[in-house]
Write a protein that binds this ligand. Structure first.
Ligand code: NAD
Length: 257
């Protein structure tokens, strides 16, 4: 029970990495606020948690909408009186050559992946500052540290999240709030499955190509990232501040070797 009695908000936890993390945090004793755009997916995560004996509620909110994010945070405070952990996980993919990306697509990915980290942090921080306690985990990606084909819009957002994490940490360290970033490699989730389907004629061959990029020879699982999030959320990582944590099967080390 590494998160006993902690209250955690996890954005985008109706699917993939967020969902795996919600299940793990609840198993470790946290009260989990499952957030997602999708009511169906969010409620399914809550049902799985509750049927396994854990505690969770679903709050639908679009992380790009200030009103709905503020309302979500206020609902959590009214119900639980505090927020110990914020995992800014929600994100969307963006594929294509820069000169071919339409402006609406660029704006949407910047909005979900960057503003979607800014807004929940903005509304949660005052409550963490008041208690002089908190852990914020921001979802970056190993793409923030390396170049990959057809990924300029997505890479821009994940680089921004890494920079944001470091400067947030400086500002909020005096309040005993830790802010760290996760940098996963390729993790098999609906997000990656959609990307493979839409970007390659033969997704199976594409998966084999992606596996070769990892030193592990295998792609990651959502549970691998959830374990890293658990470490950053728990007091065991109390000496980690403003750090990038790689869960990438060695992709970045391999590229830089
Ligand atoms: P996923 O698509 O399986 O899950 C993302 C969830 O976020 C979905 O349930 C979706 O409904 C929700 N969401 C999207 N927009 C939202 C919004 N505006 N407000 C609230 N919820 C919203 O994706 P995943 O693979 O689990 O990715 C989670 C995060 O991890 C993303 O930020 C992604 O960029 C990052 N990431 C993923 C990988 C990977 O290989 N899967 C690698 C590195 C980083």
């Amino acid at each position: 029970m590494r998160l006993r009695d902690k209250v955690a908000i996890i954005t985008g936890s109706g699917s993939g990495i967020g969902k795996a993390t919600a299940l793990l945090f609840a198993k470790q004793g946290a009260f989990v606020v499952v957030n997602d755009l999708s009511e169906k997916a969010g409620n399914e995560t809550v049902e799985e948690i509750v049927s396994a004996g854990g505690k969770a509620i679903f709050i639908q909110a679009d992380v790009t909408d200030p009103g709905s994010v503020e309302s979500m945070v206020n609902q959590v405070i009214e119900r639980c009186g505090k927020i110990d952990i914020l995992f800014n996980n929600a994100g969307i993919s963006g594929v294509g050559l820069l000169h071919e990306i339409d402006v609406e697509t660029w704006d949407r990915i910047m909005s979900v992946n960057v503003k979607g980290v800014f807004l929940p942090s903005k509304y949660v921080l005052p409550f963490m500052m008041e208690r002089k306690s908190g852990a914020i985990i921001n979802m970056s990606s190993c793409i923030a540290e390396m170049g990959l084909a057809l990924r300029t819009s997505y890479a821009t957002t994940k680089g921004a999240v890494l920079s944001l994490t470091k400067s947030m940490q400086v500002d909020y360290a005096p309040y005993n709030i830790r802010v760290n970033a996760l940098l996963p490699g390729t993790i098999i989730t609906p997000f990656v499955e959609n990307y493979l389907k839409t970007s390659y004629d033969n997704p199976e061959i594409a998966i084999e190509g992606l596996k070769k990029r990892q030193l592990s020879g295998e792609l990651g699982r959502p549970e691998d990232v959830a374990q890293a999030a658990l470490f950053l959320a728990s007091d065991e990582s109390k000496f980690m501040m403003g750090s990038p944590l790689y869960i990438d099967g060695g992709v970045v080390s391999g590229k830089n070797a």
